[in-house]
Design a protein around this ligand. Structure first.
Ligand code: SAM
Length: 235
């Protein structure tokens, strides 16, 4: 028995079509500039990121008014959109986000329940939907634990997974010890192995496609796919 999983890909062709009506750019440009956070600037500067947001909005819109937990959502234009259209909880430690900006944001947005913590500490209410965009497994490699966590707390998970099919590593430093570590980014190979191990329905066709993706949509050449995982539907 496997959980029903739909996979959405992003290609150069898809980006070209999206850019014919770049509505995310229009929405963000019409905003007062001082309201922008660095997340907004990032979305404004990156057309592929905007295409992904347009897909997220398309996917989430049929569920308006339902409960939504956003893991690692950041603070930007769509935070207001989510808070105004869903029963919205943001779980994000926002490590280096300006405290004053955050306070002001929350003053103007009372619909948001913000949990300033790592998702692993969450033990609040369950939600209909969960969103995790651009956090797993590149930034947070605990994707296996996360999918098990999501299964406990939501019915449908929208997981925008980022990985590299060319070897890529970073020299990092532990915050709790004086130790340096080389951390390798996830590949499509590792990702698909984990998706299978946690019981998602990923066919042979998709497994091979994910392992070979090489779309060059982003400057750092990361690959991005959107997984819609329905924990209530087993195949
Ligand atoms: C690359 S940003 C993505 C922001 C937004 N989801 C987007 O795609 O535009 C990653 C976000 O994950 C948050 N984050 C990092 N570690 C986290 C954790 N353990 N639990 C929850 N959020 C985390 C960061 O603070 C940051 O806001």
């Amino acid at each position: 028995m496997k959980y029903k999983t739909d996979i959405i890909y992003f290609s150069k062709k898809k980006l070209q079509i999206y850019l014919e009506n770049d509505f995310v750019l229009e929405l963000l440009s019409s905003r007062k500039k001082f309201k922008n956070t660095y997340y907004d600037d990032w979305i404004l500067q990156d057309s592929a990121k905007r295409m992904i947001y347009s897909e997220i909005i398309k996917q989430l819109n049929p569920f308006k008014k339902k409960s939504l937990i956003d893991v690692g959502g950041g603070i930007h234009y769509f935070t207001n959109y989510f808070a105004n259209n869903f029963s919205y909880t943001l779980i994000d430690p926002l490590y280096d986000f300006d405290e004053i900006k955050l306070k002001n944001f929350k003053k103007n947005q009372s619909n948001m329940n913000h949990i300033k913590s790592d998702w692993i500490n969450y033990n609040g209410k369950k939600a209909k939907l969960m969103l995790a965009n651009d956090l797993f497994p590149n930034i947070d490699q605990r994707i296996e634990q996360f999918i098990k966590f999501a299964k406990k707390y939501c019915e449908t998970l929208f997981l925008i997974a980022t990985f590299h099919n060319e070897p890529k590593s970073y020299l990092t430093q532990r915050t709790d010890a004086n130790e340096f570590l080389w951390v390798s980014q996830f590949s499509g190979f590792l990702l698909t192995n984990i998706l299978q191990r946690v019981g998602l329905n990923v066919s042979y066709y998709h497994k091979n496609k994910i392992r070979r993706l090489n779309e060059n949509l982003f400057l750092n050449n990361r690959q991005v796919i959107l997984l819609k995982i329905n924990f209530l539907k087993q195949l």
